[in-house]
Design a protein around this ligand. Structure first.
Ligand code: COA
Length: 155
């Protein structure tokens, strides 16, 4: 049986699942992005779900909520991000989800910022055609130190 990956609009019952997924310490370390507490998480998602400039999709794997993928504007540029629950890692889900998402989100250029050692995410971007265009340093709260991130562009 082949596993089915689908994107659909985010619904309210997805939020507790996303909340748990973003609490995972291995994931926050990998992404260099700190988890939000429940109030901050709900406030953030309420805001982005109401913002028409944000494109948001739930990633389903065999009908289960595997994670989310989002495109938003940052400093005038479109930026993509994605997050999967740990039990869904390593199955090609993010690769496929990003490629499908890019059919829906057609604005180019579009950017991805990735911690220098987030090898899975780097591969996901490269397999979707993103190219490295530079690096920058930022203070990663999740790691308590400054780290390098790689900037990717799909033009
Ligand atoms: C990063 C993340 C989205 C990858 O999702 P995924 O569905 O496991 O990725 P895929 O299975 O599509 O893997 C893509 C490639 O990366 C490789 N890969 C995946 N995780 C890896 C890891 N931790 N280390 C090294 N390579 C990895 C896969 O083997 C695959 O390689 P291949 O193309 O040679 O087969 C997922 O680990 C995640 O949600 N992490 C926490 C949040 C995060 O980091 N988000 C991105 C912020 S920029």
């Amino acid at each position: 049986m082949s596993n089915k990956i689908q994107l659909r609009d985010v619904i309210e019952t997805d939020l507790p699942i996303f909340y748990e997924q973003q609490l995972d310490p291995e994931a926050t370390q990998m992404a260099s992005f700190p988890s939000r507490n429940q109030d901050a998480f709900m406030a953030h998602w309420t805001k982005i779900m109401a913002d028409p400039s944000v494109q948001l999709k739930t990633i389903l794997f065999d009908g289960e909520v595997a994670g989310n993928i989002v495109c938003f504007e940052q400093l005038g540029e479109r930026e993509v991000g994605y997050w999967l629950g740990k039990e869904y890692w390593g199955k090609g889900i993010a690769t496929r989800a990003l490629q499908d998402f890019l059919q829906l989100e057609k604005i180019r250029p579009i950017y991805g910022h990735v911690a220098f050692d987030n090898h899975g995410s780097i591969k996901v971007l490269e397999k979707a055609g993103f190219k490295r265009i530079g690096t920058s340093n930022f203070f990663a709260n999740a790691r308590g130190k400054e780290i390098e991130e790689i900037i990717f562009e799909l033009s």
